[in-house]
Design a binder for this molecule. Structure first.
Ligand code: FES
Length: 170
C-alpha cells in the first residue's frame, strides 16, 4: 500500500508536465512587458542636455532673432525629434537672452514686433498678449507670467540651449 502512495500515475505526470510547461510559457510572456515598462525608467535621461542651436555669439545682435533647432527625445520606446524655437538677443550689458516663444497665456507663438501697433515688444496674435523685450508680460494683457527663459551656455563661441525655465508673474 505504501508503494502505491509514491507512484506517479500517468494523469499526475501529465498534470505536472503541463503545469510546468504552462508556467514556463506564462513567465516568458510576462518578462517582455515588464522589461519594456521598467527599462526606459532605468535609462539615463538626456532631457537636461544643452544643444547646439546653430548660431554663433557673433551673429547675435541686440535685436531679437528667432532660432529654430531640433532635439532628440526618447519617450519610453518612442524616439522623435521635436523642433524647438527661441528668441535670442544681447541685452544692454551684452548678455545673451534666450526666450521661449510660447505665450504663457494659452500657448500660442509670440513674435518680436508681431504687431505694428506694438513696436519693441513681443506680440501674441491669439488674444493680443504683449511682452516687453526682456519677456516680462505687460499688465492688462492676457498673459499673467513672463516668457520662459532657456538655460544657456556658450561653448567655443557657439550658443547652446537647454530647457526653458518658467518665471514668476510681473
Ligand atoms: S495665447 Fe497668447 S494671449 Fe492668449
Amino acid at each position: 500500500m505504501s508503494d502505491k502512495k509514491h507512484q506517479v500515475t500517468r494523469r499526475q505526470f501529465l498534470n505536472y508536465t503541463l503545469t510546468g510547461v504552462g508556467g514556463f510559457m506564462a513567465a516568458g510572456l510576462l518578462v517582455s512587458p515588464i522589461r519594456m515598462a521598467i527599462d526606459p525608467v532605468l535609462k539615463e535621461s538626456s532631457s537636461g542636455d544643452l544643444v547646439n542651436v546653430g548660431i554663433s555669439v557673433d551673429e547675435i545682435t541686440d535685436v531679437p532673432q528667432r532660432v529654430d533647432w531640433t532635439v532628440e527625445q526618447v519617450d519610453g520606446w518612442y524616439k522623435s525629434e521635436p523642433s524647438r524655437s527661441a528668441w535670442v538677443y544681447k541685452d544692454e550689458n551684452g548678455e545673451i537672452v534666450a526666450l521661449s516663444p510660447i505665450c504663457t497665456h494659452l500657448g500660442c507663438v509670440v513674435s518680436w514686433e508681431g504687431s505694428e501697433e506694438h513696436p519693441n515688444r513681443f506680440y501674441c496674435p491669439c488674444h493680443d498678449g504683449l511682452y516687453e523685450k526682456d519677456g516680462t508680460n505687460v499688465p492688462g494683457t492676457p498673459p499673467l507670467t513672463p516668457l520662459a527663459v532657456y538655460e544657456q551656455e556658450v561653448r567655443d563661441g557657439i550658443l547652446f540651449l537647454g530647457n526653458p525655465i518658467d518665471r514668476k508673474g510681473a
